[in-house]
Structures are given as C-alpha cells and as structure tokens.
Design a protein around this ligand. Structure first.
Ligand code: SD4
Length: 295
C-alpha cells in the first residue's frame, strides 16, 4: 500500500511545521497551502535561528532570506536575497502563481511582495543581533556544523491524491557575505521534485549542494530505480568525495530528505546530527535520525 498522505521536514522544528501542514491537509486545504502554512511556523518562530524572523544575519547584520516552492505540475516560484518580509515562502508561491517568472531577487522581490500586500518588518531579533555582535569580535566565516549552517526548513509532501509538493525557506548561512544566496531558493539544488518519480530537499552548506545540483540528482537516481535511501546516500557520498580535499570540508555538513511515489522516505547526511520530522497516518508525527557518511 502507498503511504499517503506523508509529510517530511528537516530538523526538529520540522515537528511543529509538520503538525501545521497536517492540520491543513486534514482540513481540506490545498497541499501547497499546507506547505506554506507548515514552514511558515518556522519562519515566524524567533527561536529558529536560521529561518525567517529570528534568523541570524549576514556579516553586515542584515537578515536576508531565500525560499522556494514547487508543485506536482513542475510549477515553481522562488525568492532570494529578500529582506524584511517574514514569510518568504508565501512570496515564492505568489511569484509562481502571479508572474511569468520563477525567481525574484533582492529589492525587486521586496517590491513585488509589497505590491502583493506583504508588510515590511524588522526580522532581526535581539538574540540574533547579540549573536552577530559576538561573532563580530572574531569575524571568521567558519560555520559551526549542525548549528550555523543548519535549520533550513525543507518540507516534502505526498498528498492523498498521490501528488508531490515541496517547499523550503531559510535565512541561509549565518555570517555570510551580504548578497550571498544559498541552495535553498534554487530549484534543483535545495529542492526538486518530479511528480512521476519523487521529491528531494537539502539542508546544510548551500555551496556544496549547488556545486553538485544536489536535490535534482537525488530525484534522478530515484527515476533510475533507486530507493530514497539509496539515492540520498549516493549523492551524499558524491558530495563527500568532491569535497574531501576542499577548503569547505572542515565545516561541511549536507543532509537530504527524499520521498518517492509510494511513500518510501529517507534522510541521509555527510556528518552525524541530522534529523527530520515525519508525519503519516500510521504513526503520527515524530522525529527520525538520518544515517550519515561520516561517524
Ligand atoms: C544555505 N542551505 O543557505 C542553507 C542553509 C541551511 O539548514 O540549510 N541550513 O546554505
């Protein structure tokens, strides 16, 4: 039997995101709206330091946001380098639905959001500002594994109709250069799905995911018959091999989640410490730990 509906989200804050998405699905909302509302919980949570409100800023002290969304017809929308808007995932959905484009960036993305009725807000919390000031004392860009390059919320859903949807949203790597865009708003890198095959999403050091077209590759391996676990593992191993002599290796962490059309799912990461939240009818909403390449 096909395990559906099924909602999978990265990291522990994925639990609250799944819970909201699940509620929306059971209320008969569209799967796309369920994803927007689900990851929107993390975006609005000041304690989640790498998504939306409360996200750690770049080295200039600016919170800049990346997000994207994709539906079962391969429609997609994305925003990158967006500032002062609490729910970039909702803006990404509008880009998909209301413009002839896939991606809007920076000031243009902000103007579009404002024209759609979004409100400009300060997203830098005292906690994030204090963390930034502390970072300024040494000002080294060396992300702390599983902390400063994690917390992106990526959510994948297989709905009652058997269709796949996905979204992800992040404030990106803490202390990045102003203007830096990660993998999360890039369709094929931070998120990809093909409704004939499966869906995949990434978290971790975006540079490494972009270099390897991570999520698109995971989906392509599933097309070739690999299970979500086999596909995630192979791409994580590829990323590890490509980076083992790379300057980024010192702080490299990447994790993928993936689901296929029958509701098999998996998570796999370069280093230990990655986990994800999974919600289905059989066992409810719970955390599972990903296997990893390194120990
Ligand atoms: C980025 N991939 O901007 C994001 C950060 C992240 O979990 O995933 N955090 O590189």
């Amino acid at each position: 039997p096909i395990r559906k509906p099924l909602v999978l989200s990265t990291w522990r804050h994925g639990l609250a995101a799944n819970e909201e998405a699940w509620k929306q699905l059971k209320n008969g909302e569209s799967t796309l709206d369920a994803i927007v509302a689900g990851v929107g919980v993390s975006e609005a949570d000041p304690n989640v330091a790498s998504v939306g409100y409360g996200g750690f800023p770049d080295r200039e002290g600016e919170v800049t946001l990346d997000a994207c969304i994709m539906d079962s017809n391969s429609n997609c929308g994305s925003v990158s380098f967006l500032q002062n808007i609490k729910h970039p995932i909702a803006v990404a959905k509008k880009v998909m639905e209301k413009t002839p484009h896939v991606m809007l960036s920076g000031e243009g993305a902000l103007q579009f959001a404002l024209s759609e009725g979004f409100i400009k807000e300060n997203l830098l919390t005292n906690r994030a500002e204090n963390a930034w000031k502390k970072w300024l004392e040494n000002s080294k860009y060396k992300p702390v594994i599983n902390i400063e390059n994690h917390d992106t919320i990526s959510m994948l859903a297989l709905d009652e109709a058997g269709d796949l949807y996905g979204g992800c949203t992040t404030s990106g790597a803490a202390w990045k250069l102003h203007g830096r865009v990660g993998d999360s708003p890039i369709i094929g890198a931070g998120l990809f799905l093909d409704n004939d095959v499966g869906a995949a999403a990434a978290t971790g050091l975006g540079e490494a995911v972009i270099r390897t077209a991570g999520s698109a590759m995971v989906v392509e391996l599933m097309r070739q018959g690999k299970t979500p676990m086999e596909a995630c593992k192979e791409i994580v191993e590829r990323i590890y091999n490509k980076h083992k002599n790379h300057k980024d290796m010192e702080y490299l962490q990447v994790g993928f989640i993936a689901i296929n059309k029958v509701g098999d799912y998996a998570g796999y990461s370069v280093r230990p410490g990655f986990n994800y939240a999974i919600c289905d009818d059989e066992k409810g909403n719970r955390m599972e730990s990903a296997l990893s390449k390194m120990t």
